[in-house]
Design a binder for this molecule. Structure first.
Ligand code: HEC
Length: 147
């Protein structure tokens, strides 16, 4: 019994100590509604459902999102995801950056890199079926200028 209590005590202690390790998410950049990406309704609903948690200012934080060690992964995804592409400020990007994003979307979906597989494990609703993947790729491809 004593051994068990000891193990329990240590586990709680370690978990509490782990809470000291947190990755700061930078304050989301300022955005007006006009800065947000504009796309057809079907495309917007896919982006919001499958991409916005990491690529916009509108993150739905899961209940475990601020509990270390899980928060380390969650926060770094949000921090780095927004850095690469933030749909909330899409219209502030210059044409070169937008081109990079459209191409990036087609490529990332081709190899099923996005949404990240480990995220999909916990967010089944964010999975994209073939039709949705195609829709998103067709939409992004239309804007790609040269190849
Ligand atoms: C769980 C968080 C998360 C979700 C959800 C997510 N991304 Fe990402 N995305 C990232 C991170 C983090 C990066 C930064 C680069 C990296 O780590 O590869 C990234 C990078 C990218 C890139 C840059 C190129 C690349 O392949 O690295 C593109 C394009 C992209 N995401 C598109 C999307 C699209 C489109 C969706 C929705 C269908 C999506 N992402 C959903 C986290 C996410």
């Amino acid at each position: 019994m004593k051994v068990l209590l000891n193990i329990l005590g240590w586990s709680v202690g370690v978990l509490l100590l782990l809470q000291l390790i947190q990755i700061e998410i930078p304050k989301p950049p300022e955005a007006t509604p006009a800065d947000e990406i504009k796309a057809p309704k079907e495309v917007m609903s896919i982006l919001k459902r499958s991409c916005y948690d990491c690529h916009s200012n509108h993150t739905r934080m899961p209940w475990y999102g601020n509990i270390s060690p899980l928060s380390i992964g969650v926060h770094s995804n949000i921090k780095n995801g927004r850095k690469w592409l933030n749909f909330s400020i899409f219209n502030k990007y210059d044409e070169k950056k937008k081109q990079k994003i459209y191409k990036g979307i087609v490529d990332a979906l081709n190899i099923r890199k996005m949404p990240p597989p480990e995220y999909l494990l916990f967010h089944k609703d964010a999975r994209l079926n073939k039709k949705e993947l195609q829709l998103l790729q067709d939409w992004a491809s239309k804007f790609i200028k040269e190849d």
